[in-house]
Design a protein around this ligand. Structure first.
Ligand code: GLN
Length: 199
């Protein structure tokens, strides 16, 4: 089977760690800096960073192109990427791509808890052991989960990783932990919905 071609949005933020992890897992990785590159990939990771800055750098045309992409192809957003994928963003209100029916609140843990490493739970059987390290950095909180949305991981009472169709979103940074199961779950999601180019 040909390697899946995964794009990592590389406008800003921590795209490098995602690239390394995906390559480790056997994917072919493309750094996406221009909207037209979206046409040549099987799935996309939107990394952490600053979601407002992503919106500025994307511009209106980039945002529209990305919106079409995330409706058609598997996408995994982490932290700022999860904020971008949501359909409802608060603190402050800003545009979302609407790929996943969640309400998400930016910087929800306040300044005093800028970042933390906590133990959360993976809820999918196929992800194996349920305990998993989660790195949170100026993390958002998922405050509303729509009826079509499946919760894939929790931390305490909070949903911290969710999926709707082919869209996954996590409020933490799995690319910063050694555990590869979460990126593998995303690659599996792509593999399951993948039709090779030209067929
Ligand atoms: N606080 C950032 C935002 O609101 C997200 C932080 C991150 O991606 N680590 O966009």
């Amino acid at each position: 089977m040909t390697a899946l071609k995964i794009g990592v949005l590389a406008l800003q933020g921590d795209f490098d760690a995602h690239c390394k992890r995906l390559e480790e897992l056997g994917a072919e990785v493309v750094l996406v800096k221009k909207p037209e590159q979206l046409d040549a990939i099987d799935g996309l990771v939107i990394p952490g960073g600053e979601s407002g800055t992503f919106l500025k750098l994307l511009g209106e045309a980039g945002f529209e192109k990305l919106k079409q992409f995330v409706r058609a192809k598997p996408t995994f957003g982490t932290c700022a990427g999860a904020i971008l994928l949501a359909n409802e963003v608060s603190n402050p209100t800003q545009a979302g791509l609407g790929a996943i029916d969640i309400g998400i609140r930016r910087n929800a843990y306040g300044r005093q808890v800028d970042s933390s490493i906590r133990e959360g739970q993976l809820l999918l059987d196929k992800l194996g052991d349920s305990g998993v390290e989660m790195v949170f950095i100026r993390a958002p909180k998922i405050e509303r989960v729509g009826p079509e949305v499946e919760v894939l991981a929790t931390e305490g009472e909070d949903p911290v990783m969710v999926r709707q169709g082919r869209t996954m979103a996590a409020t933490f940074h799995p690319e910063l932990s050694d555990d590869t199961r979460i990126h593998q779950a995303f690659l599996d999601l792509i593999g399951n919905s993948h039709t090779p180019h030209g067929k």
